[in-house]
Design a protein around this ligand. Structure first.
Ligand code: C2E
Ligand code: CA
Ligand code: CA
Ligand code: CA
Length: 277
């Protein structure tokens, strides 16, 4: 039993080391990818549930990884958060989004995701607005998606940032609503234009948690109505979910039922570095 324990702890050490190496590798990859600007937005439509009309798009970050293909942020955001790399990736991504906005009239608004640490950084609002105008994009067609954590972390600063953006036409959406602490008393103090109902509630409409999900979505919609703001149901995959949300009074929806995230440009088949080689 003793040697078994030691084997297990050696195995554990080896796994820890392998995981640490993997993360270091990923971080090095990420730095190279930043130099190559190997990031791009994929767009997913947001529709009006009553008639399916596309009112806007959410821009979702993809990393064109040389070996692993397009990577979703969940695969790498963890290794970029503490060292400021995600901020660099975000700025590369936002530039591509604003260029797209500037060259596509119509098609409604585009929302971008902002990490809490990034939103907190000094002069985030003025830097964002500066890039929007440098790209020739209309700030009135841009929205930002933040989470409850982002608001509560440093409320006075969050309020200043949101007000500056709002005064310049950039509205804020509250992402993944219902999964955080939902300090409801705070909500009305912030210039938030829309709540995005987290997809766990939408998914829950079908299955054992049906009644509970129904009640929670009703409560979120009642809150949105009280505050006089819009709601978007996230992760809508079935007609049943879409109809139920609509019948409950949710005006907008987003999810695979209406469209998967799609690249806006053909994938980069070679990198600028290849030319030099
Ligand atoms: P999120 O903001 O909650 O984005 C929604 C996620 O749900 C996206 O995952 C999207 O592809 C996925 N999704 C959309 N419709 C459906 C559906 O019907 N069913 C299911 N199962 N999933 C659906 P994705 O693209 O992998 O993004 C993951 C997260 O990464 C996002 O979650 C967001 O928090 C973050 N993220 C995305 N783009 C950026 C970015 O440019 N910057 C930063 N900092 N974070 C980003
Ligand atoms: Ca989002
Ligand atoms: Ca979300
Ligand atoms: Ca999320």
């Amino acid at each position: 039993a003793k040697s078994g324990g030691r084997d297990r702890s050696m195995l554990f050490d080896a796994q820890m080391r392998a995981e640490a190496l993997r993360l270091l590798d990923l971080e090095a990859d990420l730095r190279r990818a930043i130099n190559r600007e190997a990031f791009e937005p994929w767009m997913q439509p947001i529709v009006r549930l009553s008639d399916g009309e596309v009112v806007g798009h959410e821009a979702l970050l993809r990393w064109n990884h040389e070996q692993q293909g397009p990577l979703s942020p969940d695969a790498f955001i963890g290794v970029g958060e503490d060292n400021g790399l995600i901020e660099q990736v975000d700025w590369l991504m936002y530039r591509r989004v604003f260029e797209w906005l500037a060259s596509h009239e119509g098609g409604g608004y585009v929302s971008i995701n902002v990490s809490p640490s990034h939103f907190r950084s000094e002069d985030f609002a003025s830097r964002l607005l500066g890039l929007v105008s440098a790209c020739g994009a209309d700030p009135n067609r841009l929205r930002i998606e933040i989470t409850e954590v982002t608001l509560l972390d440093d409320a006075p600063r969050a309020l200043r940032t949101l007000n500056e953006l709002r005064e310049n036409g950039v509205y804020a959406l509250l992402d993944d609503f219902g999964t955080g602490f939902s300090a409801l008393s705070y909500l009305h103090r912030f210039p938030i234009q829309c709540l995005k109902i987290d997809r766990s509630f939408v998914a829950g409409l079908e299955g054992e948690s049906h009644m509970e999900s129904l009640a929670l979505i009703r409560a979120i919609l009642a809150l949105a109505a009280t505050l006089g703001i819009d709601a978007v149901g996230e992760g809508v995959e079935t007609a049943y979910q879409s109809d139920t949300l609509r019948d409950l009074g949710c005006v907008y929806g987003q999810g695979f039922l209406f469209g998967h995230p799609q690249p806006v440009s053909p994938p980069a088949l070679h990198y600028p570095d290849d030319d030099a080689a």
